[in-house]
Design a binder for this molecule. Structure first.
Ligand code: MG
Length: 164
């Protein structure tokens, strides 16, 4: 069995008049993330970590924001598509770990629901999906509440004794 690791990072701007989607969960909040899709920054970072682990380019390559097909799209569909790409290359998820950086709202109460959503999209056990939340101590754009950032790391493995 071969193991491969990938990392992902994403940022979206927080604005009024948008729903806030994080980790596939709709969080009630006065602002939401701006983007061509639902702007789920946690899923986008995760997709880039998975694609990176498989050397399959990045989320913008597969789902360009100039393509009207992806306007307002539920990012869970993007994650499912990324998992299909990995499956076609003979990979499966080992585990993943996401860190969400946000001053507000409180993320921690929503983490179990995110774990359920993401593991359902990736057809894996909730224990293979770790989600963590942090503030940046009011520093920088996340600290000022201008946006939310997310980092992700994913470990993938070959399904059998297939070469990479
Ligand atoms: Mg994004």
């Amino acid at each position: 069995m071969m193991f491969r690791v990938g990392m992902g990072f994403d940022v979206h701007r927080l604005v009024e008049g948008r729903e806030l989607w994080l980790g596939g969960v709709n969080i009630p909040w006065e602002k939401g993330l701006l983007g061509h899709s639902d702007a789920d920054v946690a899923i986008h970072a995760l997709c880039d970590a998975l694609l990176g682990a498989a050397a399959l380019r990045d989320i913008g390559y597969h789902f360009p924001d100039s393509d009207p097909r992806y306007k307002g799209i539920d990012s869970r569909l993007l994650l499912r598509h990324v998992m299909r790409l990995l499956d076609e290359k003979g990979y499966r998820l080992g585990n993943c770990d996401i860190t969400i950086c946000a001053e507000q709202p409180k993320i921690n109460p929503h983490i179990p629901a995110m774990q359920q959503e993401l593991s359902a999209c990736m057809d894996c056990a909730p224990g293979q999906v770790s989600i963590k939340a942090t503030t940046t101590e009011r520093l920088g754009y996340t600290g000022r509440g201008e946006g939310i950032a997310a980092y992700a790391v994913a470990l993938i493995e070959t399904k059998a004794d297939q070469p990479c």
